[in-house]
Design a protein around this ligand. Structure first.
Ligand code: PLP
Length: 379
């Protein structure tokens, strides 16, 4: 079996060796409960505080604004439900049609419970229209929820501008920054966000750990009640995972986003090689303003699922879009929102990480050229 080539890093990433190493003592020796009053527990509480400081530094936040959760989905749901509980008389929310399922499914639930949701449309490049957003605001609006970067297209949305509009109208603003973390700078103060979520497993920390940033002074109702996290999220802290996330964040701080320059070069090299060697290719998304590691690409007449199966037989792992939707075998809601011609141009998503190399890209392109040609001949 040839070495696996993993190009699905927007779905999840490999745990970094030093992240795992940092976590292991907290499974073995340092297993005390952080809420205990004796040293064996209290010293672990101190490590949690340090982890909060690291994460706060990455987001330009304060340590007391960081809440650990079980995943970013929990963070997203908590932020939305908090906004709803804070404004019981306001029944309107603005979001986009390209958010992650954890946002869209919560909106669906709220729609079933008397809420009116505006789903901002996107153009063919997946861009939203700020004017449409501002026009959608009413006296009944209790929340605006827009992602910083899209998981399928890599598009980066104008969060700072949206934050200014939200502030002007005195409306809470939540931002899902799961795909942006580590790939572009996040500054919660500059972006005017009230709440923001991130997840460990997109930055080489484990699955099952998330963060919710809640701006100081915003009244907060937990989703899970209890004494931990300053009464904001009950449940004994997942200490090893918090330590792992903190280590992954430290690595981003140490690297200072330099890795992304290399990823962007690799991604651009891949796209130019594909376009040189394969006819009639489309790259979806806002090509001037997207994450450095992401490429959403389609080959006329080639069905993405057939292509992916063939690539898998060569141990190359890529997805058609969001891992959360792929089991449903439904077309991507993001590309449907872009009104993409999915019949003729069904896309694959290549998402790179620091572990990917030019050699892997070259192997992938060689295989891709022969598979696309073969599938086109079969038609
Ligand atoms: N938001 C976005 C944009 C995502 O891509 C994901 C994960 O795929 C999530 C939220 C959910 O993160 P988690 O798996 O930690 O719940």
């Amino acid at each position: 079996m040839t070495q696996a080539i993993y190009f699905d890093n927007n779905a999840t990433t490999k745990i970094d060796e030093s992240v795992l190493e940092a976590m292991l003592p907290y499974f073995k020796e340092n297993y005390g409960n952080p809420s205990s009053i004796y040293y064996f527990g209290k010293s672990i509480k101190e490590e949690i505080v340090k982890a909060k400081k690291n994460i706060a530094k990455l987001l330009n936040a304060k340590a007391n604004e960081i809440i650990f959760t079980s995943c970013a989905s929990e963070s997203n749901v908590t932020a939305i439900m908090n906004a709803v509980k804070l404004n019981p008389n306001k029944k309107h929310i603005i979001t986009t049609s390209v958010e992650h399922a954890s946002i869209l499914e919560t909106m669906k639930y709220l729609e079933g419970n008397g809420y009116n949701i505006t789903y901002l449309s996107v153009d063919e490049f997946g861009k939203i229209d700020i004017e449409e957003l501002e026009q959608a605001i009413t006296n009944d609006t209790c929340l605006i929820a827009v992602m910083l970067a899209n998981n399928e297209l890599g598009n980066i949305y104008p969060i700072k501008k949206i934050g200014e509009i939200a502030r002007k109208h005195n409306i809470l603003f939540h931002c899902d920054a799961v795909q942006a973390i580590g790939k572009i700078k996040i500054d919660v103060a500059d972006m005017n966000v009230d709440t923001l979520s991130i997840s460990g497993h997109k930055i080489h920390a484990p699955k099952g750990i998330g963060v919710l940033y809640v701006k100081e002074g915003i009244p907060f109702t937990p989703l899970i009640f209890g004494h931990q996290e300053d009464n904001k999220r009950g449940g004994t802290e997942n200490v090893p995972y918090i330590i792992g996330l903190s280590k992954a964040v430290e690595m981003i701080l140490d690297d200072n986003y330099k890795i992304n320059g290399r990823l962007e070069e690799l991604r651009n090299y891949m796209e130019s090689q594909i376009k040189e060697n394969i006819e009639d290719v489309i790259v979806y998304g806002d090509l001037k303003n997207r994450l450095p590691n992401t490429s959403n690409i389609a080959f006329n007449g080639v069905k993405a699922d057939e292509l992916l199966l063939m690539l898998e037989s060569f141990n190359i792992f890529i997805s058609t879009g969001s891992a959360c939707n792929s089991e449903l075998a439904e077309p991507s809601h993001v590309l449907v929102a872009c009104k993409a011609d999915l019949e003729n141009y069904s896309p694959i998503r290549v998402s790179l990480s620091k572990y990917n190399t030019k050699e892997e890209i070259d192997i992938f392109i060689k295989r891709l050229i022969s598979i696309v040609n073969m599938l086109r001949r079969k038609k």
